[in-house]
Design a protein around this ligand. Structure first.
Ligand SMILES: Cc1ncc(COP(=O)(O)O)c(C=O)c1O
Length: 480
């Protein structure tokens, strides 16, 4: 078995052409009678969740605390998660392809890791604010699997990891500009809420963020290496580019997939301009394989950001690793008296996160979770695309190993140059939410109706049951 959970690299041009075809067509929605049936299912089968949500709306803005819980027609409340399954307060059971948004490669609440966490809690509790041996064990383990990570620092979240990476890059290079790919998600820090979700949207989503915070953030369109080269050239006259940050599979975990040579070309351009290359492996790290996307592509980034799998589904999940000389700016004040790039966090690197991360990674390697989840991803993507083909639907399914994409509306793929792009994106997003509702009623939890993460827990039996649920959901589409 290969070390990576990727049996093939999807043909980006083919997928992009099919997605383009999807967004150029009128939407193929759920038929009104079936939609009414799904709505009724929620009202009758999920009454407990509905009541909780109504109460929560009085105290919690929007009634939920997590973007991925804003589900249509109302968010469900869950009481139990185990392996490949979730159970809500009303006792309904679902196949869980949200997997907490990606961190649980071993499936939810994996018992051997839980046992190690409980053992630590018995002895020292979750946090002391002081050094614990598991910090070292985790840092060594990450470095062993990803040799570009000569030094590692554990942080509170992927957002914090990206903040720290950019600060370190600016300190080390003494340059200000940061370049990202339009549509990519790198967390919600002031400087990164720029060109979110849809390429070309610049500061559109930067509500409540003073322009000064992201004036040095620049975007280029996915796969457009000429545009990146031009930006890097232009920045040379303006003090230079500190770093280029990429999601290695493409914006939004490959929703607009990168061509296979993209990352290599970015590496070359960064070297030519003295800019650091940051791999945002918050999603791909320890999901694609133990060596991450960088191992899969054979690339050595200067800095790597981690989140999600780094703490195995336990809080708090963030980390930054990379070149010794660059990482050293985070400790400069301590080690050399030089100015240091400040990072902090009361709960950063707490023993609970580190023990959970360490044992999750050990178990991920031992069980070959990345490879097994990747195989489940292959079966799922192929099975879903077969349903589309049989039903003559223009929808598109593909996967990067255990990251499965399922585009029925193309909400995030509208062309921003189209004068009605935002109106179009809004109605397509609504359709995507309705699809998410249909999947849920058919017993499947997805990420916002358009992405699925598989895990070690996804046996052939689980995938088969999921495909049967998808078959029922897609039978509800107009003309299917
Ligand atoms: C690629 C990427 N970077 C950064 C983040 C932010 O991580 P967090 O949600 O832990 O702040 C995410 C979150 O989904 C992500 O997908």
């Amino acid at each position: 078995m290969s070390e990576y959970g990727m049996t093939h690299w999807p043909d980006a041009d083919d997928i992009l052409a099919r997605l383009d075809n999807l967004v150029k067509q009128p939407m193929r929605r759920i038929r009104p009678d079936r939609l009414a049936g799904y709505t009724q299912w929620f009202d009758t089968r999920c009454a407990g969740s509905k009541a909780l949500n109504e109460e929560a709306r009085k105290f919690i803005p929007g009634g939920v605390q997590h973007n991925l819980s804003f589900n249509h027609p109302f968010p469900l409340a869950y009481t139990r998660a185990e392996g490949a399954y979730l159970w809500d307060v009303d006792g309904n059971q679902y196949i869980d392809f949200l997997q907490a948004g990606g961190p649980t490669m071993l499936g939810s609440n994996y018992a051997p890791v839980r046992a190690k966490v409980l053992e630590l809690l018995e002895h020292c509790g979750p946090c002391t604010g002081l050094f614990h041996e598991y910090e070292l064990k985790l840092a060594e383990l990450v470095s062993r699997h990803m040799p570009s990570v000569e030094m590692f620092r554990m942080l509170g979240s992927g957002t914090e990891a990206v903040m720290a990476a950019i600060r370190a890059a600016r300190t080390f290079t003494d340059k200000a500009k940061v370049i990202k790919v339009g549509g990519a998600y790198h967390g919600w820090s002031d400087q990164m809420v720029y060109a979110l979700h849809i390429p070309g949207t610049g500061a559109m989503e930067a509500v409540g963020i003073p322009r000064g915070c992201n004036k040095d953030t620049l975007e280029f369109f996915p796969n457009d290496l000429e545009a990146l080269a031009a930006l890097l050239d232009k920045n040379e006259d303006k003090g230079g580019t500190a770093c280029v940050i990429v999601e290695p599979f493409g914006p939004e975990s490959g929703t607009r997939p990168n061509r296979k040579d993209f990352n290599h070309k970015v590496r070359e351009l960064c070297d030519a301009h003295g800019s650091l290359m940051i791999f945002d492996e918050v999603v791909t790290g320890f999901r694609v394989g133990m060596g991450g996307a960088q191992g899969y592509f054979g690339i050595k980034p200067d800095l790597t950001t981690f989140g999600k799998c780094i703490a195995g589904g336990y809080p708090a999940a963030g980390g930054l690793g990379g070149r010794r000389d660059v990482m050293s700016v985070l400790a400069a004040g301590v080690e050399s008296g030089k100015a240091r790039a400040y990072v902090g966090g009361t709960l950063s690197a707490n023993p609970l996160s580190c023990v959970a991360g360490y044992w999750s990674l050990i178990e991920t390697e031992r069980t070959q979770a990345c490879q097994k989840a990747g195989r489940a991803g292959d079966l799922l993507a192929k099975g879903i695309q077969d349903i589309f083909d049989r039903k003559n639907l223009p929808f598109v399914a593909w996967n990067h190993g255990s990251i499965v994409h399922l585009e029925t509306s193309g909400a995030m793929l509208v062309d921003i140059m189209n004068p009605d792009a935002l109106g179009e994106a809004t109605s397509r997003k609504h359709m995507m939410e309705q699809m998410g509702m249909a999947y849920t009623a058919e017993g499947i939890i997805t990420i916002a109706g358009s992405r699925l993460y598989t895990s070690l827990a996804d046996t052939d039996e689980v995938v088969e049951a999921a495909l049967a649920g998808f078959e029922r959901a897609f039978s509800s589409i107009e003309g299917a």
